[in-house]
Design a protein around this ligand. Structure first.
Ligand code: ADP
Ligand code: ZN
Ligand code: MG
Length: 476
């Protein structure tokens, strides 16, 4: 039997505000346990939460960037459950009236665009963290994260493979980071994902019973967990067993998912409107102002790069994956033109240097001006592409402009025809056998002569010129 996979994702993104969603405590990651906590986020009796307007605006940005409709009146509810990292005994979230609904984002799949629906985006507060001590029979609680603002982005069950799900996640992540509303750090938990997955026989309309997967902290793990889960569900169905609706935890070390709780054990959250918070009223003027603040989004930028710079979609994808990198690329092109050459140098050498040291483009020692100058020097024939490889290496190590490095190393390219003709004549004279064979039809020997010239000039000869001269002179 052939199966189809159905996936829907719930993403939690921490908002990059300085203060928490309902109080003035810092949202900084880390910090001495319980040093970012106050009576409000600890939920002491008699305190009143006050909504951080920035959280609403950040949520609105994401809503607009994902083509959602913002609810003119949205409101908070209490989601009740007991857990030691939740001092109030309830989480303030949105339920019946979320911030935004009915959006979508576009994925690029095999050159075709596919819409993935966004069911809803709502605001809520994060919970604290429990810390378990292996050597001690006790657990500790750190409430610094309690009340850190989150938006939850729920997708429609529109994805049809683990790969598609990973792609959706990357696009969502990219948008959040572009908007500068989330730092996107998956290891620190600023961007977290629960993945819902089911299978159904191909052609069947109804969805199958789903499992919800938690505890994946990278794009790769989300994909791996989904791949494992699809196989597990297929195995069950093929062996006449039933899939039960449950929450399962990804075990990274074992590469498997294990049951955490079944539907029967699921919480009854007893949602009810939070009486401490008035509805959030969002009018058209406010929406228009936020819309105006939106930056160019990744997909639009990608399409513009392909169109304006005539570079392959692949290049545009790499260059726009990071907003700062895209800016750097455009700065270089503005200075020296040659968009494809710039793309090659940025995607090749520059990114390789940065990746080796896990650095960000903003910390790149090669300024846009220096890279542009280097590319211009190649274009003018002052240095060869091969020399440039050494030059850019030094540019990265020292931060010096290419002109200085070329001077220091005496790396001037030989473009003097007369001088090259002399060198070539001497080489031809010294290689009578190779010359005879070449003229006799062994064309491969052309490479031998190029090599000899390069050796004699210590790689400084202009390669194009060497080629042209050799062709003429070898022909006799
Ligand atoms: P809950 O809050 O209980 O997890 P939701 O109705 O909010 O339930 O759904 C959560 C996610 O599950 C959504 O992203 C939705 O697209 C996805 N989903 C729902 N049904 C299925 C299914 N049968 N297979 C895969 N994903 C599903
Ligand atoms: Zn607080
Ligand atoms: Mg869920």
């Amino acid at each position: 039997m052939e199966f189809e996979t159905v996936i829907g994702l719930e993403v939690h993104a921490q908002m990059l505000t300085d203060t928490k969603i309902f109080c003035n405590c810092s949202t900084k990651f880390g910090g001495t346990p319980n040093s970012h906590a106050c009576p409000v986020c600890l939920g002491m009796p008699g305190v009143l939460p006050v909504l951080n307007k920035k959280v609403v605006e950040y949520g609105m940005k994401m809503a607009l960037a994902t083509n959602c409709t913002i609810n003119p009146s949205n409101s908070f509810a209490r989601k009740n459950y007991f857990y030691p990292d939740l001092p109030k005994g309830y989480q303030i979230s949105q339920f019946a009236y979320p911030l935004a609904e009915h959006g979508y984002i576009l994925l690029e799949i095999n050159g075709e665009q596919k819409k993935i629906g966004i069911t809803r985006i709502h605001m809520e507060e994060d919970a604290g963290k429990l810390m378990h001590d292996e050597n001690n029979p006790v657990s500790y609680v750190d409430l610094n994260r309690t009340g850190v603002p989150l938006i939850e982005i729920v997708s429609e069950p529109d994805m049809r493979s683990p790969e598609e799900a990973a792609d959706y996640l990357k696009r969502l992540h990219e948008i959040l980071v572009y908007l500068e509303i989330c730092d996107g750090n998956m290891e620190e938990g600023s961007f977290r994902c629960d993945a819902n997955v089911s299978i159904r026989p191909k052609g069947q309309k109804e969805f199958g019973t789903r499992a919800e997967l938690k505890n994946m902290n990278s794009f790769r793990n989300v994909q791996r967990a989904l791949e494992y889960e699809v196989k597990r569900q297929q195995y069950l169905v093929e062996n006449g067993q039933k899939i039960v609706q449950e929450t399962r935890l990804w075990d990274d070390a074992q590469g498997v998912t294990n049951p955490m709780r079944s539907k029967e054990e699921a919480h009854d959250y007893r949602y009810f409107p939070d009486p401490d918070l008035v509805p959030v009223m969002v009018d058209e003027t406010w929406i228009a102002r936020i819309r105006e603040e939106l930056p160019e989004l990744p997909l639009v930028k990608r399409e513009r790069f392909v169109k304006d710079y005539q570079i392959p979609a692949y290049d545009a994808g790499v260059l726009t994956a990071d907003k700062a990198l895209a800016l750097y690329y455009e700065d270089v092109v503005k200075l020296c033109g040659k968009p494809k050459q710039v793309s090659n140098w940025v995607m090749g050498d520059v990114l390789r240097f940065l990746n080796e040291e896990k650095r960000d483009i903003r910390q790149c020692p090669i300024s846009a001006k220096s890279l542009a100058d280097m590319i211009t020097l190649i274009e003018e024939g002052a240095i060869s592409g091969k020399m440039a490889k050494d030059v850019i290496d030094d540019m990265y190590k020292t931060g010096k402009p290419p002109q200085d490095i070329i001077k220091e190393k005496g790396l001037v390219q030989i473009t003097d025809e007369g001088e090259l003709i002399k060198t070539i004549s001497a080489i031809i004279e010294a290689s009578p056998n190779q010359l005879k064979d070449y003229r006799g039809g062994k064309e491969k020997l052309f490479g031998f002569f190029v090599g000899q010239v390069m050796k004699a000039t210590q790689g400084k000869a202009n390669p194009q010129l060497v080629n042209d001269l050799l062709k003429k002179m070898l022909a006799g």
